[in-house]
Design a protein around this ligand. Structure first.
Ligand code: MIG
Length: 652
């Protein structure tokens, strides 16, 4: 059952699509303190908290403080409170009580889950205006399902988007892209897409293509299409201010850009230099921007990624002026240490400065609202602009879309990737721990940058990370400018890496089937193991293993030089130790803890009792996988017991 409780005058977010009347009752479980703008609950010692989507730290969120405040922050450290997303749904679960709660409000929300006081869960608001949904049910899975039902079905990408995608910031020319594809094809490593980062554009202008580096783009797209390769360009939130640039001029003429209090358009700076931000919260601006994707769709493009949409701001013109004025005051002065640090802060805090998010306004549902009040809706509505346009302009065919910033609701229009992680072992685990929380909040088509975005990768890290990445719907290797090149063909054990890519392709019928079932039934694709074994205390403490779909459990290796790991089995399972899709050993393991060996080129998969795992023969492209020719690894079950979902993979 779901009940809605209304505090103050909430700004509608359109994240819940089912009409639920406000309950006249008092909010259960939490005490509301209007003057402190807080809700508090005393947590039972046994309580665990799950959800909150894309955040740092473990699967059980107890013991830290998380702030919903979409942020472009490339350091995903344990101490961070905010990443790129606000997904304010969680489940509270103790020995006597389980309930879900969705805190629907577009401004800043603080989830202090035993941080300030170890047993107190406090939800704090900047503005105490929120729709709060309380979900009760027979258990955690049921609660999540009910919640998912009111927020609408998750986005479905084309099936080819389950193939491998290679990315780099940036492939600088058509020739460089050709070289990437050639290398993959030469070695027989499967691949379906290559991503274009900001340098494909002419001076970072959205919906343009640099003619020198990508001459005759339309033909290039055709050439790639003939090889069954999809090119996926990036779209940034800011529109370059430049006379004669049609997107800029249309935006000005149509009054589509965000404005300051005095009515002037906000001037910010991001990659293109000075930009205006489209007011994605305004319906006509959304329609206009969404239709702009046609410029590239018309050239044969069929997928995009939306970036910098928190929005990331390097500086605003106004703030920069204040900083320069501020610096003047320090000039010639004998700086004592305090003033020196103040001076340093002045300069060091220019980008993504909180002040800047209070400098501009949106026209949202007929109201003028200051940005910070609706900050967490910005990326969501950029993705919505695209998603709504794709539905209008490509009514029959699915288009790939995922975003960096998000809010619940955006899951209907696209997936997300988890932003600028690093080539760190701890970030493999972070990837593992983020996936179930994303599943809970409906962001099913998601994944992280495999191999790590920043910092220099090592071959063993890439191998181990890939061994988890092959299970995530979005499976993309991406790395930052200036870091060590990370394409699979550059490393020593090409054969071993190729076998992992092939294993991914062998798993695609299963992954796609489980993905679609999760969409259609409002289920989770990734589940902490205790969700299916709620009474099992070991399962409750296991945070580095996941169920992926109904048939398998994965136990990734995320420690350097480890040649195995402890795995906890909540019940008897069948271990498959894969070296490749057709080279693996199997063993039945009893419930309990086991040290399971896995050499660097081996990946561990556990088939659950009464379930079957279909495996295909891999192919160079997703489109060439023969879904009618599957073998099944079954554990106390028949292949015919497995319900395989298939479709044409492209129609809506
Ligand atoms: O300021 O487009 O998260 O994936 O490669 C960096 C360049 C901007 C951030 C994205 C990353 C992308 C990068 N972008």
């Amino acid at each position: 059952m779901i009940k809605k409780y209304v505090f103050g005058n909430p700004i509608e977010t359109d994240s819940v699509i089912e009409k639920i009347d406000a309950s006249g009752e008092k909010l259960p479980y939490f005490d509301a303190d209007e003057s402190k703008k807080e809700l508090t609950l005393t947590m039972d010692r046994s309580a665990r908290i799950y959800g909150l989507g894309e955040t740092v730290r473990g699967i059980n969120k107890r013991g830290y403080i998380y702030v919903s405040n979409n942020s472009d922050d490339p350091f995903h450290l344990e101490e961070k409170k905010s990443l790129y997303a606000s997904q304010n749904f969680f489940v509270y679960w103790d020995k006597d009580l389980v309930f879900g709660m969705y805190v629907d409000t577009p401004g800043r929300v603080t989830f202090d889950i035993g941080y300030t006081e170890i047993n107190t869960f406090t939800i704090g608001f900047d503005d105490f205006d929120a729709d709060i949904y309380v979900v009760t049910g027979s258990g955690v899975t049921d609660i999540v399902r009910q919640f998912r039902k009111i927020i609408g079905k998750s986005y479905v990408p084309p099936r080819w988007a389950f193939g491998f995608g290679q990315c780099r910031w940036s492939y600088m020319s058509a020739d460089e892209v050709r070289e990437v594809v050639d290398n993959y094809d030469k070695l027989g490593m499967p691949i379906d897409s290559v991503y274009l980062d900001i340098d494909y554009m002419e001076r970072y202008k959205d919906f343009t293509v640099d003619n020198e580096r990508f001459p005759d783009f339309e033909n290039f797209v055709k050439e790639m299409k003939a090889r069954n390769i999809h090119l996926i360009p990036i779209i940034d939130a800011g529109v370059k201010i430049e006379e004669g640039y049609d997107v800029y001029e249309e935006g000005v003429a149509g009054d589509y850009f965000v404005k300051k209090e005095n009515g002037d358009r906000l001037v910010a700076a991001v990659w293109p230099g000075k930009v205006h931000f489209p007011d994605f919260l305004k319906e006509d601006a959304r329609k206009w921007f969404g239709d702009k994707y046609n410029v590239l769709l018309d050239k044969g493009i069929d997928g995009f990624w939306n970036d910098m949409n928190e929005p990331a701001i390097f500086y605003t013109e106004d703030h920069l002026k204040e900083v320069f004025d501020g610096i003047e005051e320090y000039k010639g002065r004998n700086l004592d240490i305090r003033s020196f640090f103040a001076f340093k802060d002045l300069v060091g805090s220019i980008d993504n400065n909180p002040e800047d998010y209070r400098r501009f306004y949106h026209e949202y549902k007929g109201q003028r609202i200051r940005h910070d009040k609706v900050h967490n809706l910005f990326g969501y509505n950029m993705t919505r602009a695209a998603g709504e346009a794709f539905k209008r302009n490509s009514p029959d065919k699915r288009i790939l879309m995922f975003s960096r910033s998000s809010y619940i609701g955006a899951h209907r229009y696209g997936g997300i990737w988890c932003g600028d992680n690093r080539s760190w072992w701890s970030h493999i685990l972070l990837n593992v721990q983020q996936m179930p929380a994303l599943s809970m909040t409906g962001f099913l088509y998601s994944g992280a940058d495999i191999g790590g975005f920043s910092a220099d990768v090592t071959e063993d890290l890439l191998m181990r990370w890939t061994q988890f990445g092959i299970f995530t719907p979005l499976f993309r290797n991406h790395s930052a400018e200036g870091t060590r090149r990370q394409e699979y063909y550059r490393f020593t054990d090409k054969d071993g890496l190729k076998k992992m890519l092939q294993l991914r392709y062998a798993l695609i019928p299963y992954l796609y089937s489980e993905f679609m079932k999760a969409v259609n039934n409002d289920d989770m694709l990734f589940k902490p193991i205790c969700f299916d074994f709620p009474e099992d205390e070991m399962a409750q403490d296991t945070e580095d293993q996941l169920f992926v779909g109904e048939s398998i459990m994965v136990a990734p290796i995320y420690r350097q030089n480890a040649r195995g790991r402890y795995v906890y089995l909540p019940e008897t399972m069948k271990l498959l130790r894969f070296r490749s899709y057709d080279d693996y050993d199997t063993e039945i393991l009893d419930a309990g803890s086991h040290y399971v060996k896995a050499e660097l080129d081996e990946v561990l998969v556990f088939v659950r009792k009464g379930h079957a795992l279909p495996l295909a023969k891999p192919a160079a492209r997703v489109g060439n996988i023969d879904t009618s020719d599957l073998s099944y690894e079954c554990f106390e079950c028949e292949s015919t017991d497995y319900e395989l979902y298939t479709d044409d993979g492209i129609s809506r």
